[in-house]
Design a protein around this ligand. Structure first.
Ligand code: PMV
Length: 341
């Protein structure tokens, strides 16, 4: 690794209270909170030389024109923050630890990794906070937010809050690590059931925009403000059931917004609903705290404490795996990004 390079590994995250609807320069219409994942992550190496703002990207060892164009557009959209960008060329190698289109937010982990690399580069060029300092992470999550809103929550480990709410320090421009996470959530599990791995028909970008003028938007934003406070309570009290009920309500509301937008669309599949039924049946019969959430797609995230892993695995093997297109992805709450070089 030369002086003109750095590498970061940044995790993905799964929202408990969903960010859905935005305004201005990537500002959320409501606060959201997520768990940072442990093993689903992007590893990115960035090298830079004097140049004219060109970007060369290899993704998993292959040229990836679509991602290269996206990164190029992003870098050129933040020249106001990093005026040096047009004077360098960027050589980026990126890879994900999880399969593409598996229902795991790759934009969150990749934009988080890119922002951490950029902020590390900035430190070698201009006056910039030291890598690893609080201000460094604050700037990195500000930048990540501009790349993909939810990416700002991937800059910290544990549970991460983004958006103004009655919590000191909360902000629409920065994410904030939630410091009072109860030990019941240590090693909390997120197992992803890949019901369908085809590219989704409507992007999140379009989904966010359909919240403008949506007939239920104001009630949704009101509900999210209410749910964030209840979720923060559940996370600090260690109340697995309260947190799980809220996560399910949020997941289904997210999809209800899609189904009632204009035009309307449905991202869940028949097997998503069958799996939800099985999860709820299992919970009723066993009284064990297994819950689900959904991202903007058909795949289910099973949320549960490590102590019931054996029972959940039996359920996956006996009832859920036949509803999936590929093996489940086992993950858990993680501690945030890691500087690799
Ligand atoms: O960060 P974006 O613009 O890809 O939006 C993500 C929105 C959801 O993943 C559906 C919810 C969330 O809060 O992560």
């Amino acid at each position: 690794m030369s002086l003109n390079s750095c590498a970061w590994k940044a995790p993905s995250n799964i929202a408990l209270v969903k960010y859905w609807g935005k305004h201005g320069r990537q500002l959320p219409m409501n606060p959201s909170i997520s768990f940072t994942l442990n093993s689903c992550a992007t590893s990115m190496e960035m090298m830079w030389t004097a140049g004219s703002g060109k970007v060369y990207l290899s993704f998993a060892g292959q040229k990836a024109q679509k991602f290269e164009d996206k990164i190029h557009a992003f870098l050129h959209s933040i020249i106001d923050l990093f005026p040096f960008i047009p004077h360098y060329d960027f050589y980026i190698k990126s890879e994900n630890s999880f399969p593409h289109s598996a229902g795991i937010a790759s934009s969150a982990s990749s934009m988080a990794a890119l922002s951490l690399c950029l902020c590390t580069m900035a430190q070698t060029i201009e006056d910039f906070p030291a890598v690893g300092s609080d201000s460094f992470y604050q700037l990195a999550n500000f930048v990540a937010r501009l790349g993909s809103g939810s990416a700002c929550r991937s800059i910290y480990g544990g549970a991460v809050l983004w958006g103004e709410c009655p919590v000191e320090g909360s902000s629409n421009t920065h994410a904030l690590p939630f410091k009072k996470l109860h030990s019941n959530f240590t090693n909390y599990q997120d197992t992803i059931l890949v019901v369908d791995n085809n590219e989704k028909s409507v992007s999140s970008r379009v989904g966010h925009s359909l919240m403008n003028g949506h007939v239920f938007s104001q009630s949704r934003y009101h509900q999210a403000h209410h749910n964030i406070l209840k979720t923060l309570d559940a996370l600090s009290l260690g109340d697995l059931n309260m947190m799980g009920e809220l996560a399910e309500e949020e997941a289904l509301t997210l999809h209800a917004m899609m189904m009632t937008s204009h035009p309307s669309y449905i991202l869940m599949k028949a097997n998503t609903l069958i799996a939800i039924d099985e999860i709820r049946k299992f919970r009723k019969e066993s009284a064990l705290p297994l819950y689900f959430t959904l991202d903007a797609g058909p795949n289910l995230h099973l949320l549960y404490p490590e102590s019931i892993k054996i029972e959940v695995n039996k359920l996956i093997d006996s009832k859920l795996s036949t509803l999936c297109m590929q093996d489940a992805i086992y993950d858990s709450v993680g501690c945030g990004p890691e500087k690799l070089a």
